[in-house]
Design a binder for this molecule. Structure first.
Ligand code: ACO
Length: 321
């Protein structure tokens, strides 16, 4: 039987950390106390003007290749999850393919599922590998959300940051990915969107993030609990069997609420939202990479990854590292 296994991870965080006090100094009416109490966020990073999502993605991808001891020529599938692509087309994945020197002919495409994008992309890559058609996939979540933040809206602009995380999945006769589940509810498009579109060659609507925070909060907690139980059941495991839980890093109160519902102690939860803010599709691979590199996640442990975000979309990947 063919499984897909994680053989390398990498990340890229642009620029210096920006503190809550730095945001206050930039004229945003917030405070360190409000931010920490309501969101758990202390820092986020912003890419410099002109630095694109594909550039961050390529750096993360290169680091993941190094960790796996592979070269670009070894990759036969490239997927980038992003909601802030460099351009309408070509896809960010094609730009990364060119930047890294992943061979021509290898399929490369983007996945757009906002904050669930990486979990969607990992699910797709796992299915390609299990089918036997592909052997080594590079899966990246990358964002430059700072380009689409409304700096006049303190309830959203303070929450998000830029970054990229990458994972290499390789075919193996041992698991690997144990279970995946992805979902969407298109009736909830209005609670979280950046609704600009093109008409007659011109942009109309607003490209900036707009959000009903409380509605997102409630839906996120319920969706994350349900999809965690779903993948655990598929794999025949319970929350007690988890070595590590890596939920989407949007808000520490959402993370704590889901961990409590699943009865997972916080010392088994990877939390990076305090240092990175919400980096959308990049949040889960960056958190996994951080916990692998600092030695928390070890080979043989069960790890539950989860995404939730605009669409509304949500999903989970349960894997044995
Ligand atoms: N600094 C200080 N005060 C603020 C700020 C800020 N940055 N933003 C809002 N406030 C004020 C509001 O104006 C309001 O003041 P008022 O009571 O005088 O009217 C007060 O804080 C409370 O506002 P609420 O919106 O009710 O605050 P809430 O407790 O819901 O927290 C938050 C807001 C943090 C956005 C929360 O709803 C949340 O985390 N929702 C989840 C959304 C999320 O994480 N989205 C990320 C994208 S989707 C995803 O990744 C899952």
């Amino acid at each position: 039987m063919i499984f897909s296994r994680v053989v390398g991870t990498g990340a890229c965080l642009p620029g210096a950390p920006i503190s809550n006090d730095d945001l206050v100094a930039r004229g945003i009416e917030t405070s360190d106390e409000w931010m920490i109490g309501r969101t758990g966020i202390r820092f986020r990073h912003y890419a410099d003007a002109g630095v694109t999502t594909s550039q961050l993605a390529a750096k993360a991808g290169r680091e993941a290749l190094d960790a796996a001891g592979l070269t670009p020529a070894d990759i036969d599938l490239l997927i980038v999850a992003t909601t802030t692509p460099d351009m309408i087309f070509p896809s960010t994945a094609c730009l990364v393919q060119s930047a890294l020197g992943v061979p021509a002919g290898v399929p490369a495409f983007d996945v757009q599922a906002v904050c669930s994008g990486f979990v969607y992309a990992l699910t797709i890559a796992d299915k390609f590998i299990r089918s036997g058609s592909h052997k080594r996939a590079m899966v990246i979540g990358a964002e430059t959300l700072s380009n689409i933040l409304n700096w006049e809206d303190r309830s959203t602009c303070v929450l998000f940051g830029d970054g990229a995380g990458a994972m290499i999945l390789a075919a193996d006769d041992q698991p690997g990915v144990l279970a995946t589940a992805v979902h969407a509810d298109g009736t909830q498009t209005n609670i979280l969107s950046a609704n600009a579109r093109f008409s007659g060659g011109k942009g109309i609507g607003s490209p900036l993030v707009s959000m009903d925070g409380q509605a997102v909060f409630k839906l996120a907690v319920r969706a994350l609990e349900e999809v965690a139980l779903e993948v655990l059941e598929i794999a025949g495991l319970s929350a007690k069997d988890l070595g590590w839980f890596i939920p989407h890093q949007a808000n520490s109160r959402i993370i704590q609420a889901v961990a409590k519902r699943l009865d997972v102690e916080m010392d088994r939860v990877v939390v990076t939202v305090d240092r990175h803010g919400n980096t959308s599709a990049a949040s889960v691979p960056m958190a996994m990479n951080a916990a692998i590199r600092d030695g928390r996640i070890r080979r043989g442990q069960n790890v539950l990854l989860q995404g939730v975000g605009g669409g509304f979309t949500w999903g989970a990947v349960l894997l044995r590292y």
